[in-house]
Design a protein around this ligand. Structure first.
Ligand code: UT7
Length: 335
């Protein structure tokens, strides 16, 4: 798009449930070990929702944090996009829940997208087009999933990997003319959709045919996902750097989707980054789907591992298969 209005990342926030489930805890469910899980994935523990709490609550907290940091009053938000692939309800959209819970007025549009773990990057691309074209000015992006409610807790191949959490961003038109998006690209390959999928529950009318039990859990062919991502992602990030007219050393941080520490390390190696430049919290939260990038960013700033006034590569990949990356400016005050 030419003559696009520039975008400013104004605020970032996150929220995690309190309940911690360790790898040792999982040994009560099936045959596994902390050693197996940690060496294969880098995960030691994950946070899971409990009781009445769900992804809408997590999303609300993350959104409140991001809005507070942005300095943009909730009343001035004019579009809400939520990214979720493990929501508590398919509809109303999580974004509609955000509108109501946060008291965002004026019947502003609110909708969800499903791009699994690439959701935040996809949402950022949509928001960028809206802001760039002048359609909307202040957009709230919320990425939230309660994966734990949709996993098969007898399947040790998938349930070790995921956790629950939410991240949020407020993006706005950059009135100073400085665009925080240095490069942004999203991709999909539906022909390998069977690598990660979840069927919706549903029954046939008994007049048509008898109903058979259905599997409605997150299913993943971890090995194929791993091979695909390690083959595609590092090269793809090279291309994004080229789009931004930058070299790897020009960017301060890699803030990747937290799916597997070995995948993160493959990207790190390709970029030639020292450990301090790569943000990883997978050890404590597992894979929180689309929320993982904004959680890693916001928590990194909070802990001082991500300094502001810098630049970062954000990237995600997940069911679809989908993937995407953004090279962004991280201004002071966003978190
Ligand atoms: O955002 C979503 C993106 N998803 C991902 O990024 C997933 C990427 N993939 C992975 O992280 C890895 O594939 C996993 C960690 C999920 C699995 O590691 P793997 O090295 O690919 O293991 P595998 O599935 O090939 O299984 C190897 C062996 C099998 O035993 P046999 O058949 O060789 O006897 C499994 O049954 O390990 C066994 N196994 C386990 N053993 C102990 C599988 N899960 C477990 C477990 N504990 N939790």
């Amino acid at each position: 798009m030419t003559n696009m209005k520039p975008l400013r990342i104004a605020g970032v926030g996150y929220s995690l449930p309190e309940t911690v489930v360790t790898n040792d805890d999982l040994t009560k469910l099936y045959e596994t070990s902390d050693e197996w899980i940690y060496t294969r994935t880098g995960i030691k523990e994950r946070r899971l929702v409990s009781g009445d709490e769900n992804a809408i609550d997590l999303g609300e907290r993350a959104a409140r944090n991001a809005i507070a940091k942005s300095g943009i009053p909730a009343e001035e938000i004019d579009c809400i996009i939520a990214a979720s692939s493990a929501p508590p309800q398919l509809y109303p959209a999580i974004a509609c829940h955000m509108q109501s819970r946060l008291g965002i007025p004026n019947f502003v549009p609110a909708f969800d997208i499903t791009a699994a773990c690439s959701g935040t990057i996809y949402a950022l691309q949509i928001a960028r087009s809206f802001i760039g074209s002048g359609t909307y000015k202040n957009i709230l992006i919320v990425a939230t999933d309660n994966n734990s409610r949709l996993l098969d807790w007898t399947d040790r191949g998938s349930s070790i990997l995921f956790g629950d959490g939410a991240g949020a961003l407020v993006v706005t038109e950059a009135e100073d003319g400085v665009d925080d998006i240095l490069a942004l690209d999203i991709r999909a390959d539906g022909s390998i959709g069977e690598y990660i999928y979840m069927n919706m529950p549903g029954k046939t009318c008994p007049l048509v045919e008898p109903n058979t039990p259905q599997d409605c859990h997150i299913r993943m062919n971890g090995k194929e996902v791993y091979k695909f991502v390690v083959k595609v992602l590092p090269k793809y990030i090279d291309k994004c750097l080229e789009d931004a007219g930058m070299k790897a050393e020009d960017v301060d941080y890699l803030i990747p989707h937290q799916a597997n520490q070995r995948i993160i390390e493959a990207m790190q190696q390709r970029l030639g980054y020292a450990d301090e430049k790569v943000i990883s919290n997978i050890k404590y939260y597992g894979n929180t789907s689309a929320a993982s990038v904004p959680i890693a960013l916001a928590e990194g700033v909070e802990k001082g591992t991500v300094k502001l006034g810098t630049t970062a590569i954000l990237c995600g990949f997940g069911a679809g298969m989908t993937w995407g990356a953004a090279i962004v400016r991280l201004r002071e005050g966003i978190c």
